[in-house]
Write a protein that binds this ligand. Structure first.
Ligand SMILES: C[S@@+](CC[C@H](N)C(=O)[O-])C[C@H]1O[C@@H](n2cnc3c(N)ncnc32)[C@H](O)[C@@H]1O
Length: 212
């Protein structure tokens, strides 16, 4: 692994495929929480969790898609959520998430591929730091929509440049025009990695599922 903390985000962004991405996260898993809190000042899990808590009751069944080491689960637990499932590509990240003791279930799956959850399994899905360079693409939304109950919520963060350049804007608008979901809230742009990558901007998007 590249030992310079500040290069680790770039190192995962530059993965050539899901297998390389998963290996890199497996390798990073043990140091991820320390690096992100001490070097990067990662605030997106708390920011996005506060948006979910604004719209979704804490008794709800929630999927954390791309849960990583479980920082979103920890933030949601602080809001009183107890029915949490973690899903991630990387077994190493999921092992760290298990140790947080906030998820009832942890599943290794890949966004962008068919998910082995039944239709209408979840009241809400949250995904933080996953819709980004070299990670999950806009083709991930189709399955997230299927596994979320009608009137349920899909909350995610997205890099503002990736939203514009990598097909997310078109896909999100297409799904809205087909009345598959409706946008309920969009955050201001914010700096999710204020000390490590001050130029990166994210927004939180909140959608209500209408159909699939
Ligand atoms: C930047 S981390 C964010 C982790 C966590 N959500 C957080 O906020 O700290 C991105 C996570 O997404 C996972 N990931 C990337 N692409 C994925 C995909 N296509 N399907 C599932 N998980 C994916 C990675 O393994 C990693 O754990």
């Amino acid at each position: 692994m590249n030992n310079k903390n500040e290069d680790r985000v770039q190192w995962v962004y530059s993965s050539k495929n899901n297998s390389e991405l998963s290996q890199r996260y497996d390798e990073w898993a043990k140091d991820y929480d320390k690096d992100l809190s001490e070097v990067f000042g990662w605030i997106a899990p708390k920011t996005a969790s506060a948006y979910l808590a604004k719209y979704v009751h804490p008794d709800s069944i929630v999927l954390d898609a791309g849960a990583g080491t479980g920082l979103v689960g920890l933030a949601l637990a602080e809001h009183g959520f107890q029915n949490l499932t973690a899903m991630d590509l990387s077994e190493g990240m999921l092992r760290e998430a298990r140790d947080k003791n906030v998820y009832g279930k942890l599943d290794q799956m890949v966004l962008g591929e068919p998910l082995s959850y039944a239709t209408d399994s979840f009241d809400a899905v949250i995904s933080v730091g996953v819709m980004t360079l070299g990670h999950a693409g806009p083709d991930s939304f189709k399955e997230l929509l299927r596994i979320t109950k009608p009137q349920g919520y899909i909350v995610f963060t997205i890099r503002t440049d990736v939203y514009l350049k990598n097909g997310f804007k078109e896909k999100q608008e297409e799904m809205e025009s087909k009345k598959l979901w409706e946008v309920v809230d969009v955050s201001e742009e914010f700096h999710p990695l204020p000390t490590g990558e001050p130029d990166v901007l994210h927004q939180v998007w909140v959608y209500r599922v209408l159909n699939y």
